[in-house]
Design a protein around this ligand. Sequence first.
Ligand SMILES: *[C@@H]1O[C@H](CO)[C@@H](O)[C@H](O)[C@H]1NC(C)=O
Ligand SMILES: *[C@@H]1O[C@H](CO)[C@@H](O)[C@H](O)[C@H]1NC(C)=O
Ligand SMILES: *[C@@H]1O[C@H](CO)[C@@H](O)[C@H](O)[C@H]1NC(C)=O
Ligand SMILES: *[C@@H]1O[C@H](CO)[C@@H](O)[C@H](O)[C@H]1NC(C)=O
Ligand SMILES: *[C@@H]1O[C@H](CO)[C@@H](O)[C@H](O)[C@H]1NC(C)=O
Ligand SMILES: *[C@@H]1O[C@H](CO)[C@@H](O)[C@H](O)[C@H]1NC(C)=O
Ligand SMILES: *[C@@H]1O[C@H](CO)[C@@H](O)[C@H](O)[C@H]1NC(C)=O
Ligand SMILES: *[C@@H]1O[C@H](CO)[C@@H](O)[C@H](O)[C@H]1NC(C)=O
Ligand SMILES: *[C@@H]1O[C@H](CO)[C@@H](O)[C@H](O)[C@H]1NC(C)=O
Length: 546
Amino acid sequence: MILSPTLIFFLFLCPLLFVASQEPSPSWSQWNITASRTNRISLAQAAIQEAISQLNHSTAQYADPADNYRLAGHIFSQLAEFDSATNQTQFAQDLQQYFNLSQNTLESLGITNFTGPTSYGHAATIAYTTYNNPVFLQYAVQAWWAARNYTLYPDNIDAGTFPAKNFPLSASCAGSTQHGWRNSRDPADPSINVFATGGFLVLSALLAEATADTDYLQAATQSADFIHAHLFNIENLVLDTISGRANDSCAINAVLSSYNSGLMIEGLAVLYSITQNVTILDLIGEIATTAISTAAWQGANGIITNNAANTGDIYLPRGLAAAYTRNAATPGLKAYIEAYLGVQYNAVTTTARIGTTNIYGPSWTAPSPSATFNPSFQANAIQALISTINLVNSSSPSSTPSPAPVKSRSRIGVIIGAVIAALALIGVCVSLVLCIRCRRRRRTDDSSHLTSDASASTFEPFSLQTISAASAGNPPLPASPQQKRTRNPLLSTTATPSSSITTGPVSQSDTSRRSQLGTEELLGLLYQRMDNVELEAGDRPPPYPT
Ligand SMILES: *[C@@H]1O[C@H](CO)[C@@H](O)[C@H](O)[C@H]1NC(C)=O
Ligand SMILES: *[C@@H]1O[C@H](CO)[C@@H](O)[C@H](O)[C@H]1NC(C)=O
Ligand SMILES: *[C@@H]1O[C@H](CO)[C@@H](O)[C@H](O)[C@H]1NC(C)=O
Ligand SMILES: *[C@@H]1O[C@H](CO)[C@@H](O)[C@H](O)[C@H]1NC(C)=O
Ligand SMILES: *[C@@H]1O[C@H](CO)[C@@H](O)[C@H](O)[C@H]1NC(C)=O
Ligand SMILES: *[C@@H]1O[C@H](CO)[C@@H](O)[C@H](O)[C@H]1NC(C)=O
Ligand SMILES: *[C@@H]1O[C@H](CO)[C@@H](O)[C@H](O)[C@H]1NC(C)=O
Ligand SMILES: *[C@@H]1O[C@H](CO)[C@@H](O)[C@H](O)[C@H]1NC(C)=O
Ligand SMILES: *[C@@H]1O[C@H](CO)[C@@H](O)[C@H](O)[C@H]1NC(C)=O
């Protein structure tokens, strides 16, 4: 066969690209963690105690609960996650009381069953699995039904209308025959966003995991498929919003924020732990690898700085930690996640932490000028602290792993290993090219498939809406600064950067780019071969798909 430029590119550059793709960047700030696990636990515990001490103990809410009630839910999740990570039950009683008080408080504000953010459902499900107390499952189920009420299902698509919306629905977007969405309480707002849909995905997946109920599993799968079909960019990062209104031609708000990809990774990680579906594992690898390396929300130092307001994030560290702890990542990706979470941990403890207090400021890259407690910033920081508690390479007090994820071996061994790896990767790349070419040929032969995206066509409709009190009366897309603020799970003040609205289908990830073997799987196998690593139980690459 003739060596085309593409083939030459793949032959000689693709191994380099593959190898480079999951290496911590040399420009990252320090990623190895020097604090012992015990010290990390103490620091996280102190940050959590600070957050608890700032709760209003008669309402179990922070100030202005009508606007901010999502935040107490995040802290509740973190109490349970902390206990889960440290194998304790110290917050079990308190949490039960906080849920009781919060529900009463919110009901007095006209908010039933935690309608709106899915943070309470998330917290209640984690609490249920951590403490095995059915009281928490009841709260979680209530929250799920409240979210389900704002979710677009096939019936709605067929009817072309949604009860809470006053416009006709779009029946198909981006080549998919069906779609789902989420929007706000405003009956004219056509936005379906990942913050809502991804939140429902995570809640549904956690409930599916906790109860084995297939309704939750289906809801989670449909939510994930919807996001994948409509809100992925060409790099496999997750976009923000799509319009569900018939006359909007599936307009997209393509702003990139770490929380959207973080929610998707978390939901997929839980789904993978249930189904062990290698397609999902591949997808996690693609999103996470880009999310960790993108310049969209971090500088060269690798520290998350979302938006113009320069805040950290709760969702991306949480999602990556979920993939790590559930083994929904290949060994190579796990090492990459570990290094990235180490960067965030070091930034949070050295920069965001205000002096020697247990209060954390908004920015993870610049010290905060004031020492004011803010539940949103505190929750972001706590997540970064909790996420590192059970990282493998940070477990021993003296652990100072070298930057390169290479086990100590003899030099000759290293060289031989590298040569074998290079040859193997070249082989892989050749197969890839051949595979891509042959798939292209197949697709070209079958012209009826040319217009439909292979991945999109399998997606089912779905949608969800979270109510945001502040969003009532806002204009539809493009988002106003106020509206963007309500969609932004992290920022309680200040404008976000201007977002671009593009009309027309989202760039679908090119099916031809997907090899039958995921890159991570191959790397995982190579890693195993080269290093002869004794993998922990469950810590192994997925089986070869045939
Ligand atoms: C790893 O930790 C050591 C000791 O704190 C430090 O000197 C080194 O720069 C760190 N390396 C990286 C890549 O962060
Ligand atoms: C706690 O909330 C109650 C009810 O909203 C309010 O009356 C009280 O002032 C709050 N306490 C503090 C310390 O803010
Ligand atoms: C967690 O705690 C329980 C009871 O205290 C104990 O039986 C179990 O072995 C612990 N698990 C781990 C992983 O430490
Ligand atoms: C909430 O707490 C009150 C007072 O302790 C109790 O009477 C009530 O049953 C609790 N509600 C739930 C749902 O647990
Ligand atoms: C809240 O949840 C409970 C239990 O699932 C349910 O009976 C009740 O109808 C829900 N409230 C509303 C307003 O839907
Ligand atoms: C479900 O949505 C309808 C409007 O579509 C609303 O009237 C009803 O109260 C909602 N129920 C819950 C539990 O939010
Ligand atoms: C779609 O229709 C609504 C009114 O129903 C209108 O406000 C909106 O501007 C229209 N969108 C486009 C892209 O024409
Ligand atoms: C695995 O997940 C993909 C993507 O959601 C789906 O298309 C496929 O049917 C799943 N495979 C199995 C065996 O469930
Ligand atoms: C731990 O560090 C070693 C080398 O320092 C590396 O090979 C391995 O991949 C790391 N494991 C994880 C899970 O990060």
